[in-house]
Every structure is written in C-alpha cells, then in structure tokens.
Design a protein. Structure first.
Length: 286
C-alpha cells in the first residue's frame, strides 16, 4: 500500500521491481494446424462440344491466423513486499536510492486485513493470476520476485528489473492499509513530475487505462486518496527509478471489511487479476 498502512514489521517495499504501493516503497497456445486444402474436380467436356477452360477454384484453406496484437511484448509484474521481510528488519530497513536525490528503506512488510491476511500474500497471488492471463496471450511476463517466502528485493532493484527487461509496461500490485473511517476503493499511482520520457505520457496513459478498466470491472475509486482513482506521486522509488512505462495499483483498502473479504476470497482475487490483465492488454494494444 502506498498511503497509510499498518504492519507488524517496519514498512518496506515489496516485490521485486517496479514500485511500491503500500510501503514505498505458458507458452502461448499452439497455432491450430491449417485445415486441409479442398480441391474441386471438373468433369472433362465431351469431344463434340468444346467448352471454355474452367475458372480455377480458389483454395479453401484459411490464411494463417495473425498473431495477437500484444504477442512479443514484455510486461514486468511487481507483487508488493515479500513473506520473509518481517523476519529480516535489518535487511529491509537498509537505505537505498529512491530517486529525486532521496533514499528509502529497502522494503517493508506491507499491511494486512484485520483478520491477519497479509498484503504480501495477496499481491503475490494476484500477480501470478495476472501473469498467467498475459502469458496465455503470448506476452512475456517477468516477475520481480519468484515466491512469497523471500526477502525484498529492494525497491531500487525492483525498478532495475523492469528497466533491464526493456518492459513495455511495469505494473506494481499492492493493497492499502488506511485506518481512516470509511476509507475504501482502489487508486493508481504514477510518477509526477516525470523524470524521463517514459514517466510522462506513457506512464500516465498506463495509469489511466488501469483506472478506467478497474472501474468498468465494478471496482470503485478510492474515496480517501488521489483524485478519481489516480494519484500523482513523487515519493515512490519504484516509479521514480523506472525508465519504462510504470504504474502502481493499490487494489483497495485491506482495513475495510468489505474489501478485505474480497481480497481474502480466491474468487475476489481473480476479479482483481482479470481487471488488471485486461487493462495491461488494452494498454499494449493502444
């Protein structure tokens, strides 16, 4: 989460690469075999009645199916925090570059629901679901962390993963932990003012596409932070250090009972994942 959060360990950024929200922070399906070519036969004309040569029958074999628009694109998914962060305070509290001449802790523990379901588990599960949906469309997916038991990586390393991958889009997945009365809803953060061209129009468009797609998938924009679901930020290391189009999605407030129930449910996490994957696809195709 990027705004207010509660955590049992020092707040830290999560996942491996891109941004940090709460703390700062398959192969494509094989192409079907072409249908057999159907050729028509024409009876020979009788010797006594010459006839013009028959018009060639066009082949009925279908042309090769064009590859998906997003095929060959690279997307980096950054699930916030990590399951081992809480047990390694010295490591995750170590200061690292955060952009704009600032430093921040390497990472944080993230927040949790009032019942104890941790943000790091939520973000990792949703990222895996998003990644599968994208990979099924022929998109190359890179994760900033490979499991939910490790430590870090640090926020600067998460950004570096996206840069090194030459990502067409970097999306960091988080959940907030605001304890403000009635606080609920998602918001999407982007770097502002931009520090490079990728942080300008491309990142803004990615953030807007994520916001719009979340809305059309029945998610409400946050009522306590940002404006209309968007939040311009200058303090998030993963965004500041990115040289690729990047945005951070705070999927909702884990301290809100209704949103916590959705995040705790496998069906609910699939709903978040489906919306995020659809937004990424729409961005890549635009």
């Amino acid at each position: 989460m990027v705004a207010v959060r509660r955590a049992t360990a020092p707040l830290l950024l999560a996942g491996a690469l891109l941004l940090t929200g709460c703390s700062d922070d398959a192969p494509a399906a094989p192409t079907p075999a072409p249908a057999p070519v159907v050729t028509s036969t024409t009876a020979s004309p009788t010797p006594s009645s010459p006839s013009p040569s028959p018009t060639p029958t066009p082949s009925s074999s279908p042309s090769a199916t064009p590859p998906p628009v997003a095929a060959g694109k690279v997307v980096v998914l950054d699930p916030g925090h990590n399951g081992g962060n809480g047990a390694h305070p010295a490591e995750i509290n170590r200061p690292v570059p955060a952009g704009r001449g600032q430093t921040k802790p390497c990472n944080t523990t993230g927040t949790a629901t009032n019942a104890g379901y941790p943000e790091h588990a939520f973000t990792f599960d949703v990222a895996q679901r998003v990644g599968k949906a994208l990979a099924d469309k022929g998109i190359k997916v890179v994760y900033t962390r490979q499991d939910d038991t490790g430590v870090g990586p640090c926020v600067d390393r998460r950004a570096a993963i996206g840069n090194e991958a030459g990502a067409d889009a970097v999306v960091s997945i988080h959940a907030d932990g605001s304890e403000a009365a009635g606080a609920n809803g998602f918001h999407v953060a982007y770097s502002s003012p931009p520090l490079n061209a990728a942080q300008g129009a491309p990142s803004t468009r990615l953030a807007q596409t994520l916001r719009d797609t979340m809305r059309t998938n029945s998610f409400s924009a946050a009522n306590y932070i940002g404006t209309n679901g968007l939040s311009a930020r200058a303090d998030l290391a993963g965004l500041n250090l990115s040289t690729r189009p990047a945005a951070l999605v705070e999927c909702g407030n884990m301290r809100n009972a209704t949103e916590a129930a959705r995040m705790t449910s496998a069906d609910g996490r699939q709903q978040f994942a489906s919306a995020i994957a659809a937004a990424i696809e729409a961005y890549l195709a635009s």
